[in-house]
Design a protein around this ligand. Structure first.
Ligand SMILES: *Cc1c(COP(=O)(O)O)cnc(C)c1O
Length: 428
């Protein structure tokens, strides 16, 4: 396993706290987030913006992992955030997140969401389609405000990733297409709309991408489009939001590019294209989500039944599953796993790790190498910090597990687990 894990006396430690101590205090399943890893990733992105562009804004894509504490941390590191719903916006508002650093996304924002974005004073609303742009113009007019807008553009880049998380191609529910002239028409409409302040353009080509080229190509296309806009309308937009999507290591098969490996070539493409087209260097925003929180997270489970089906496979069932981690059932995602208290022991075989929901597809992994897992032992699933807690469900009426943050040998609860009373509190 190439991942950096901290093992002391044979036991996995997270932010300096032993896995068994965490399980004992908070129970399992348990989401554990390591604060130092999150802050290190945030700083790496922030510093590379400064290095490669001189300025710019890193907006943490909060859909990857959203709760009050992550907004506090993002704020203390000087980051902005992306939100995609009233719920995320409200959570950020609850901790006084500076609203001018918030980007509001979504392909079907409700009237309530658009109004809230304007009321809160969100810095950038990313308009996805013409009806939304018109509705926003109307709402802003009624509120006596100007809506700061970026237009979401489909740059026509096909990133090599799972089709469910690919978003840059023309056949996508997100944004305005370039090839068809739809994007230019939207720009012209935005410029003529009385209550819209067109700041720039946005693209996000997909997620868990390991190649640099699609990002470079997207940057070229986007700056080229900004230049086309200037040529055709005389309007020079300031903002270029290049989205997120940087791949992380889930298993040894994944080879992530270091952040600077993207930022260098992409910034060069931005600067060269701008210079060639007689455009000022735009104010660049990026929106990493997974790459900030993914590898900071670990989920701890207790193993229950171990069921060997001779000649076929051995099922290792844990006390969580698709409710706390739906990524396997959604995308057959792979994870590295460890016996948390015997973390240095060599695997003795490959196992199928199953959850406890009433679905055969409720697995956390197949062919997972593990060291003789036994009932009652702790299993750690690594790199679960992104799109696990935020995608959790209450299927089978199992409450969403708690989240703890660890740092310097201490753990603190940042999201309480759902109790039985929580599960029935809205039932009438
Ligand atoms: C999901 C999303 C992101 C973050 O993607 P990651 O793969 O988590 O980095 C950024 N921007 C937009 C618009 C998104 O939808």
């Amino acid at each position: 396993m190439k991942r950096n894990v901290t093992i002391k006396n044979g036991e996995l430690h997270l932010g300096g706290v032993a896995a068994s101590a965490l399980a004992k205090e908070y129970g399992t399943p348990l989401y554990v987030m390591e604060e130092d890893v999150i802050r290190r990733n945030m700083r790496a992105f922030r510093d590379s913006m400064k290095e490669f562009y001189g300025e710019g804004l890193v907006c943490y894509a909060s859909k990857a992992f959203c709760c009050k504490e992550i907004y506090r941390i993002a704020n203390s590191e000087g980051l902005g955030v992306d939100v995609v719903s009233l719920g995320e916006l409200y959570t950020a508002h609850c901790v006084d997140f500076p609203m001018e650093k918030v980007c509001f996304h979504g392909n079907n924002k409700s009237e309530e969401e658009l109004r809230a974005a304007l009321e809160y004073g969100v810095g950038r609303i990313v308009a996805d389609n013409l009806p939304e742009l018109r509705q926003l113009n109307e709402i802003a007019g009624k509120m006596g405000k100007k809506a700061p807008v970026l237009l979401r553009i489909k740059p026509g880049i096909d990133a090599h990733t799972h089709s469910f998380i690919r978003t840059g191609q023309i056949d996508s529910k997100f944004g305005f297409a370039l090839e068809t002239g739809e994007a230019m028409a939207a720009v012209k409409e935005a410029l003529s709309a009385e209550n819209i302040l067109l700041l720039g353009v946005h693209c996000h080509i997909g997620s868990q991408i390991f190649q640099v080229d699609p990002f470079v190509e997207a940057a070229r296309v986007m700056v080229g489009f900004m230049a086309d806009v200037k040529d055709q309308t005389g309007h020079e937009m300031s903002d270029l939001n290049l989205g997120g999507g940087f791949g992380i290591r889930y298993t040894d098969e994944d080879e992530p590019v270091p952040f600077a490996g993207y930022m260098g070539p992409v910034s060069q493409a931005v600067k060269e294209t701008a210079a060639a087209r007689d455009l000022r260097q735009p104010f660049v925003l990026i929106e990493p989500g997974r790459s900030i929180v993914g590898e900071a997270g670990t989920t701890l489970y207790t193993i229950g039944s171990v069921k060997e089906i001779p000649g076929i496979r051995t099922y290792v069932a844990v006390d969580g599953g698709m409710g706390d981690n739906p990524r396997y059932i959604l995308y057959q995602s792979k994870y590295d796993m460890l016996m948390a208290c015997r973390a240095e022991e060599e695997p003795d075989g490959a196992y199928t790790v199953a959850g406890k929901c009433c679905e055969s597809g409720d697995l956390l992994g197949e062919n997972v190498p593990l060291a003789a897992p036994k009932q009652g032992e702790l299993l750690a699933v690594l790199a679960t910090g992104a799109y696990n807690y935020s995608m959790a469900s209450r299927y089978n009426r199992r409450g969403v597990p708690p989240v703890v943050m660890t740092k310097d040998g201490k753990a603190r609860l940042i999201v309480r687990g759902e109790s039985l009373e929580d599960l029935v509190k809205n039932d009438l």
